[in-house]
Design a protein around this ligand. Sequence first.
Ligand code: FES
Ligand SMILES: [Fe+2]
Length: 493
Amino acid sequence: MRWSHTLTNQSVSQQGLGRDPYGRIVTRRFPRREPLTGQRQASTVANQSVSQPVRGSARCPAPTGGTRLRPREAEQAEPLACLPPSAHTQQLQERDHAFPSDSVGHHDSSAATTRVLTQARAQAAPPGPRRGYYTDPATAAAEQQRIFEKSWQLVGHESDLPVAGSRFAAPVAGREVQLVRREDGGVSGHLNVCRHRGAQLLTQAESKQVEPAIRCPYHGWTYHLDGTLVGAPEGRQIPCLDKPRLGLFPVRVESFLGFLFASLDPDAVPLAESCAGLVEAVGRYCGPDLTVVGKHRIHSSENIERQNANWKVVVDNFLEGYHVPVAHPGLMRLFDYQNYTAEPQSAYTLFEVPLREKPSSNPTERLYQRLASPMPGLGEADRRVWRYVAIYPNTLLDFYPDHVLAWSVLPDGHDGATLPGAYYARPGAGLRTRLARRLNIHIGWVTNDEDAELVARVQRGLSTPGTSRDRCRTGRTRSPGSTNGSGRTWPAR
Ligand code: FES
Ligand SMILES: [Fe+2]
């Protein structure tokens, strides 16, 4: 079934949806037809507002129950309400403000007036985020609390903590956390703050150190690797030294697909649960046995890339492939774009794009096509497929035959984002695979530069007063048919 560009009220109803007074499409019950899945995918960053899991259709059921969408279909999807709860509320307020009651008859509470007001709102306020969500410092501040404190943040990889006593510090939701490998092999997470006078326990530069305990550099309070307080110098003279109560502030840690995530929310649903489908889909690429390639680390701020765009612009760009044919000529020479699929789920989206057999006109790309080969652990079917995953809200994973790129998009103010990340590969790859990896990383740099310029342009455009209501955010701008392929946006040059 082809999607209509705009859902009629009838089709909305048939699909178990309705429209709210503002004309947005809202879910009444689980969607039962394919387009809804695409719309859910279109809600990407703002998936925070979607509480129900997405159900797949019978057309192209994915192993995890999702729906695979091809670019043309996806482009025609209309987004559902695609804002986080805070943004959603603000949107309602802004729309109310835009339609003051006296514009249609102040204090007139007749049903006819209500209908007129409702229709006017519906017609004049198309669904989609407002530019304020991308340009408002207050919104950016609220996102720290409502999104980043409530979600899992990518902070590293198992290989970053090779032995007991290994540790590193990483940013999470405006704080710094410390992850430590314990004696029992597990990983503990704490705020990187001493319980005594609040000194920072570990700097970035000290993150490579291996110590048998956590010792504050200020007065020497010492903690076990699990964060419990061992003791303090001259402790017997400190009457209030209640050791059991003075351990480090704990932070939740989860190892998923070999990557380490931290969350400040004690109630955060484990990724192993919310993203269970990824284990089957891409688990063979991952694991604690991967080794890092190059000098970058996810938790490190050294040489970190910064892009001049709100973090959501960067993530949006990753999630929509509508721009690929125009913005990324190199990718278009490599991609079998028409067979680019997206499998949206409630907690993540998985993209797959097969590579073309036709040799590229570009020598580097052509050589890559010839050399592309799967690293150990992958099968022949993975040789000519690139896969991408976005775990909401801001973790992005690229899976290539020759390497994995894990990165995240961190807000840096309301108009900037930093992109920490690292390349990984499985040991034992042959010379051919390693050479292909180098070529692939180079190709990714080209894409990165193209995307960096584009997201900066979007941010500048969004910052232009008077453009908020004119933005077209129909499904074509949120095509789940492809990522930007630019997953490699991150490492700094
Ligand atoms: S601040 Fe850490 S021991 Fe005093
Ligand atoms: Fe892109």
